[in-house]
Design a protein around this ligand. Structure first.
Ligand SMILES: [Zn+2]
Length: 334
């Protein structure tokens, strides 16, 4: 039995032990009495500390209950006390090499779940875009669309910051941070606790943005990774409840690749694999060369200058139009 299941079972047993002490009227789910409530629509009437104080049970007036995290308890954990700076984008300042090769994150369990911040197709993906890092995904929407917190957490930053425009950063109990940028309005303040699905702001196009869209980032220790590892934004659903973050994913050229790695490799794959992948990317980047277009040059001129075929150059630069080179444009040549 998994640790999560064991924990849930322990809590459930503890709760059943508690129930008989409730008044009989609260226990009975009788149909012979006239009841004015609908199951699942009850109002919370009591909150009980359980286990080691990390969780609480909320009892509702329709005989239902649910778990919540004990926020006062959570507030004292290192996640919410270390590297907590409200006006700095990356307060961690840690070298990548210091981070563990792999980390396991529970994204959804009995106390935490995912809500898609803005459900739509990904308009622009994570990775390099015109040699600049794109640290998140772009999710288009009309101005004023509500933007929702992806998970429960505490707002670390809510500010206007350079290219991000209006930006909200939420830190989650598992240590991940989510970024919501280009908002037209921010509804939250640093230090505020939010639940998954709470509206933290409204969609907009502030900062460096070519049109209304949510720029959504997920970071670990200040390093962004492709948010598509976590969720399918078009469907609005998480890909996995338990996510294994490899250090290689924190490289800006590492993309989510559907079905590329099976579960077994993810969990049992050797550390050598991760180190080898890091080396390969480093070598690839070191070997990359660019040519700056000069007046009168065509793509075939450039190709022959570097001893490459025209088709190789087109493959290396999928987004350029060979008939419309501009002076000063960078062309990748190997
Ligand atoms: Zn973006």
């Amino acid at each position: 039995m998994s640790e999560v299941k064991k924990t849930v079972l322990t809590i459930a047993l503890a709760l059943f032990a508690f129930l008989p002490s409730l008044p009989a009227s609260a226990q009975a789910d009788s149909t012979d009495r006239k009841v004015s409530f609908i199951k699942g629509m009850g109002a919370p009437v009591d909150t009980i500390d359980i286990q080691d104080g990390a969780l609480q049970v909320v009892l509702c007036d329709d005989n239902t209950w649910f778990y919540i995290r004990n926020l006062a308890n959570l507030d004292t954990t290192s996640v919410y006390s270390k590297n907590w700076i409200v006006d700095v984008i990356d307060p961690y300042n840690r070298p990548l090499a210091e981070l563990p090769l792999r980390n396991t994150f529970i994204l959804a369990d009995s106390v935490s779940h995912w809500v898609c911040p803005n459900q739509t197709r990904v308009f622009s993906k994570f990775g390099y875009r015109h040699r600049r890092r794109h640290q998140g995904v772009d999710l288009p929407y009309p101005v004023g669309t509500p933007v929702k917190a992806a998970f429960d957490g505490k707002v670390r930053a809510s500010l206007y910051y350079k290219g991000y425009g209006n930006l909200v950063i939420i830190r989650h109990a598992n240590g991940l941070e989510t970024f919501y940028a280009h908002l037209s309005q921010r509804n939250v303040e640093p230090g505020q606790w939010v639940h998954a699905g709470d509206i933290i702001g409204l969609g907009g196009s502030t900062g460096r943005s070519s049109g209304p869209h949510l720029h959504f980032e997920v970071r670990y220790n200040g390093f962004a990774f492709d948010p598509e590892w976590l969720a399918d934004y078009e469907k609005g659903t998480l890909r996995k409840n338990v996510f294994v973050l490899k250090r290689t994913y924190l490289d800006p050229s590492s993309h989510y690749v559907p079905e590329s790695i099976d579960e077994e490799e993810d969990v049992y794959g050797g550390d050598e694999q991760i180190l080898a992948e890091e080396k390969r990317r480093e070598a690839e980047r070191a070997a990359m060369q660019f040519h700056t277009v000069r007046s009168g040059e065509t793509l075939s001129h450039i190709a022959s200058k570097y001893g490459k075929s025209l088709s190789t150059l087109r493959k290396l630069n999928p987004k350029i139009n060979p008939d419309r080179l501009s002076i000063g444009q960078k062309i990748r040549v190997n």
